[in-house]
Structure formats: structure tokens, C-alpha cells
Design a protein around this ligand. Structure first.
Ligand code: BGC
Length: 240
């Protein structure tokens, strides 16, 4: 069955129809720039534009980069604060809405590197922020917000996200050192059996993963930055 998956990020909004059985895009994705300020109205217009572009009338799943409970946005660290309290499911015309990292992690557990992995598996996405998705025997614990763990008195995502790498003009080894410190902290707290690195930066894994040394295996996501779209579409069909 096909569903339309839409992934809302701090810089771009990406959508594509997805073959949910195979976990693959069934048409070329469309990307539009996230409106600034990223207020609910303009973002909803962009989402509606993507739905129209594909002439879509079937199920739609949408990711949001914040805490989402029953379709209602609770936090929006990298979007406009006007989102807090908004029923995004209703705003997006009855779409299924879930946290972006939870969507990406679910896709990775279903179709990618996490398939069949038992125990505690952690997916961490490095982009504008740091997103987290925690799985126990393949079951998601939704809305973990491990990007906001404090490191040196500041949100970890302000030091170690991909945006922090760009803003502070860090070399790959320097950024990798920050990521390693963050991963060690997370490892100490959760003792995962596997850490999967996702987000846009996962396609450049060869530049930073060789610099990261941890007891826990750390691997790049298989679905790269399509995981959010695929996970969103999947949740529109199967629920979380
Ligand atoms: C948000 C998370 C989100 C992550 C990645 C964080 O700032 O609080 O909900 O998953 O960014 O977009």
C-alpha cells in the first residue's frame, strides 16, 4: 500500500509517495524550503502544496521536529513557538503526525539496519538539532528528547548537531570529538546494544565515524535522509 510521507525539518520540507510494504519511495521526492518564520500557517501551506503536487488523496503521514502527542505539538525547539499546543493532525487535514526522529527510527527498525535487532537500540539523528528514537525489542518509546541532554551546561544539540558543526566551522575530527563525548554520555545512561546514526549527515559517515570510538557499535542508517519520509508514510498506514 502507498502512503504519502512528509518530513518537516528546520531547513527543508520533503515529501514523496512511499511503497509502505517495501519501505521505498515510489516517486521522486519533492523538497521545498521551510518558510521563515516557521509558523503553523505557512508550514501548513507548504505541506498542502506537497499533497497537491502529488495529487494525493490517500493516507498522509507527517513528521514534526518536536514532541508530538496524539497529533498535538508539545515542543518546537527549532520551529516557531506558536506551534506549541497546535493540533497538527487537524491542521494538516487529518494526517498522522509524529516526531521526526521517531519516524526515522521506526523506518530504520522496519526496513534498515535495525531490522530484527532485539534489546535497547538507539537511533540518533544529526541535523538542525539532535533527534532520538529509543527502541526496546523493536518497540518505540516515543518522544525521547535526548538532544536536549545537558553537556557542559548547554543543550547537547547546540554543541554536537550538524548545524553546530557548520555554525562553528568545525573540522570533521573536531566535530566527531564532540559527538563522541555526547554518545559516551548517552551510552552511560542507556547501555544500548546498538546506536544508529541518521539525519542528513549520515551520508557523510565515512568522514566522522572513523574518529568515534565507543564500546557500543555505532553504525550509519541505511535509509539515510529518506528515513523520515518513509517512517511518516508507514505510520499513516500502520500507526506508530
Ligand atoms: C527536538 C526534537 C527533534 C530534534 C530533531 C530537537 O530540537 O526537540 O523533537 O526530534 O530536534 O529534529
Amino acid at each position: 500500500m502507498d502512503a504519502l510521507g512528509i518530513d518537516i525539518g528546520g531547513s527543508g520540507i520533503k515529501g514523496a509517495p512511499v511503497d509502505v510494504r517495501a519501505g521505498e519511495l515510489s516517486a521522486e521526492r519533492l523538497r521545498v524550503v521551510t518558510p521563515r518564520p516557521a509558523e503553523p500557517g505557512p508550514v501548513a501551506d507548504a505541506v498542502a502544496g506537497i499533497v497537491r503536487h502529488f495529487g494525493w488523496t490517500g493516507p498522509v503521514g507527517v513528521t514534526f521536529p518536536g514532541v508530538v502527542v496524539d497529533g498535538v505539538v508539545r515542543t518546537a525547539a527549532n520551529m516557531h513557538e506558536a506551534w506549541v499546543g497546535v493540533d497538527a493532525g487537524a491542521l494538516f487535514g487529518g494526517a498522522t503526525v509524529l516526531n521526526d526522529a521517531d519516524a526515522a527510527g521506526t523506518a530504520e527498525m522496519t526496513y534498515g539496519k535495525g531490522r530484527g535487532q532485539r534489546g535497547v537500540v538507539l537511533m540518533l539523528t544529526f541535523g538542525t538539532g539532535i533527534g532520538s528514537a529509543l527502541f526496546v525489542d523493536g518497540v518505540l518509546v516515543p518522544n525521547t528528547e535526548l538532544g536536549h541532554l545537558k553537556l557542559h551546561g548547554a543543550d547537547a544539540e547546540h554543541r554536537a548537531s550538524d548545524r553546530a558543526r557548520e555554525e562553528h566551522d568545525l573540522s570533521w575530527p573536531d566535530w566527531a570529538a564532540r559527538v563522541e563525548e555526547y554518545l559516551r554520555h548517552v551510552e552511560m545512561l542507556f547501555t544500548p546494544s546498538l546506536i544508529v546514526i541518521g539525519g542528513g549527515v549520515s551520508k557523510k559517515a565515512d568522514k566522522f565515524l572513523p574518529h568515534i570510538h565507543l564500546d557500543t557499535p555505532v553504525i550509519p542508517a541505511a535509509l539515510r535522509n529518506q528515513a523520515g519520509i518513509i517512517g511518516a508514510a508507514r505510520s499513516a498506514v500502520h500507526g506508530e
